[in-house]
Design a protein around this ligand. Structure first.
Ligand code: VG1
Ligand code: CO
Length: 542
């Protein structure tokens, strides 16, 4: 029943910031999925008889990939596979299940916030036993294996019915189809005061949560409307669709502009929120107040103790390097450590496992805690709800109060998407070579204090990650950061992160792009963005 099938390597299976992401037709090539999945298993040891969790965000090709993964997992000796019904599991739900079941690992099928459908994106990511994305040494081993693979093992069997609860046998492996939401919802109940949030909804608190036709729909319906009593209709676009209804399931001010417009209108509910394709990102907009992800991280860290799950305080905070320094000020005030890591959730795993931090976040709308090892969109929304219910204040009031206490970090990210790859790499190389000369230079009122290429030394396992983003830091604490995206599937995307700290309460209510205008202009000048990318302006500003 187990067959070993000859194959030839693909040269392009290097995992990026978050797994292997490609256009669907790339994954549909002969043995493309098989090669990658076999390479994952070839890079692991000791999983014979163990449990593997499998699920994805429901995007096009999810169901086909799951069948292939199950058959290869069985042939390679896994003892049990646990699959979300219909193949649906959000990324944080996979992480939670791996941990609850003490599974060996899990495979997440998603390309996150990228569009889905036959011409859209697909992705495969391996998560390890702590529930988090495989660390770099594992993803690197997987990549090396993809370059030399000559065969894969697969059981020959009919497809598993993944739409019916219960257990079946696939070769020697048991396959269990489980509820996509149950385990995750139970975990949320241990962290938050559901009674208090329910009371708030009963007293008229109104929210809209846009699941963007992606994976969080079933979770949001069950938890927000079902368990917490949010008014029916609070959840928008709650049915996961293989093509996300043709939309871009990215919860930012560009792709969720309708929520922003609603939040700024006279009909605004108390809270507008959204999550992305695979459920790990979050967007928070109060009535009349958008909360930047970097501010959200800081505010959640400062207020987490109000929620039962964090009552005894937090051990520390970690943020990705390009994320604003707002969280640093909170950590300082709380007297806890602040860690600055490269972009991508995989770098938080060791810090969380070692108990060095409790709350983590990224400027890209990802926030999470030690409850799982992925960022978690709905968790962030629930923590906000619990804080709002505890403080009985509006989002706007909480944000203003936060700035008054800590100061404001004006922050914006400018993305130059799908630019010519050679040009983007040349831009980075040229700027990297110029960094030493930038130090000490002045541009108008801006004086460069430091300029470097960010490197991270993991304090837990001692590993080093080099070339994680170019930083230009100014005397007044302002900063410009440049890096290339590791999640795109076409050309290259240049991300430019711009930040300025403002301590003066009288200057904390400016418009972000205006407050950063001089830095934005300089960001284009010192990296010669137009020359290298042929773009005068970014395609997305968040
Ligand atoms: C982007 C974000 C990063 C995030 C990653 C995965 O990576 O910048 O912060 O961790 O996406 O998020 P990059 O390399 O394109 O900048 V998700 O929601 O796509 O899993
Ligand atoms: Co995501």
């Amino acid at each position: 029943m187990i067959k070993e099938i000859a194959t030839t390597p693909y040269a392009d299976q290097r995992p990026g910031t978050s797994g292997l992401r490609k256009k669907v037709p790339v994954f549909q090539q002969r043995h493309y999925v098989e090669n990658f999945v076999q390479s994952i298993f070839d890079s692991l040891d000791g999983f014979a008889g163990q449990t593997l969790v499998v699920g994805g965000d429901g995007r096009y090709y999810n169901r086909e990939a799951i069948q292939t993964i199950l058959k290869i997992a069985s042939a390679n000796g896994f003892g049990r596979a646990v699959v979300g019904k219909g193949g649906i599991l959000s990324t944080p739900a996979v992480s939670a299940l791996i941990r609850s079941l003490k599974a060996f690992g899990g495979v997440v099928l998603s390309a996150s916030h990228n569009p889905g459908g036959p011409d859209g994106d697909f992705g495969v990511k391996y998560n390890v036993a702590n529930g988090g994305p495989a660390p770099e040494k594992v993803t690197e081993a997987i990549y090396q294996r993809t370059k030399t693979i000559t065969s894969f093992k697969i059981v020959e069997a009919a497809d598993v019915d993944i739409d019916t609860f219960g257990a079946t046998q696939l070769g020697d492996m048991r396959v269990e189809i489980v509820d996509s939401v149950e385990n995750y919802a139970a975990l949320m109940q241990t962290l938050f005061d559901f009674d208090r949030i329910r009371d708030a909804f009963r007293s008229g608190f109104a929210m809209r949560f846009d699941a963007m036709s992606a994976v969080t729909g079933p979770y949001a319906h069950a938890i927000l409307e079902g368990m917490l009593g949010a008014a029916p209709g609070s959840v928008l676009n709650g049915a996961p669709l293989p093509d996300f209804g043709g939309h871009h399931p990215d919860p930012n001010l560009v792709h969720a502009k309708h929520l922003y417009d609603l939040a700024m209108s006279p009909a605004a509910p108390d809270l507008c929120a959204a999550s992305d394709g695979d459920g790990d990102r979050n967007l928070i907009i109060g009535r009349g107040r958008f909360v930047t992800p970097s501010d959200s991280l800081a505010i959640l860290a400062a207020n987490a103790h109000l929620a039962p799950g964090y009552r005894s305080g937090i051990a520390g905070v970690a943020r990705s390097m390009p994320t604003s320094g707002a969280a640093d000020r909170v950590a300082e005030k709380l007297g806890v450590a602040l860690y600055e890591t490269p972009t991508g959730w995989k770098f938080f795993g060791n810090l969380l496992d070692a108990g060095l931090v409790t709350i983590c976040g990224e400027e890209s709308a990802g926030t999470g805690s030690n409850h799982v090892r992925e960022k978690d969109g709905l968790w962030a929304v629930l923590l906000w709800l619990d804080i709002l219910a505890a403080r009985k204040q509006s989002v706007d009031a909480i944000v203003r109060d936060h700035w008054a206490t800590y100061g404001r970090n004006y922050y914006s990210r400018h993305d130059y998407e799908e630019v010519d790859s050679d040009g983007a790499h040349a831009l980075i190389k040229t700027l990297r070579d110029r960094l030493p000369a930038l130090k000490g230079r002045s541009f108008g009122a801006l004086h460069v204090k430091e300029a470097d290429d960010f490197a991270y030394h993991d304090p837990v396992d001692g590993s080093d990650s080099l070339n994680q983003g170019l930083r230009v830091m100014f005397e007044d604490g302002a900063r410009i950061v440049y890096r290339l995206s590791g999640t795109g599937t076409a050309g290259a995307t240049l991300r430019v992160y711009i930040e300025r700290y403002e301590a003066d309460p009288a200057k904390q209510f400016g418009e972000t792009q205006q407050a950063l205008a001089d830095l934005i202009a300089l960001s284009r000048e010192i990296a010669e963005i137009e020359r290298f990318t042929k773009r005068r302006a970014p395609s997305v500003i968040t």
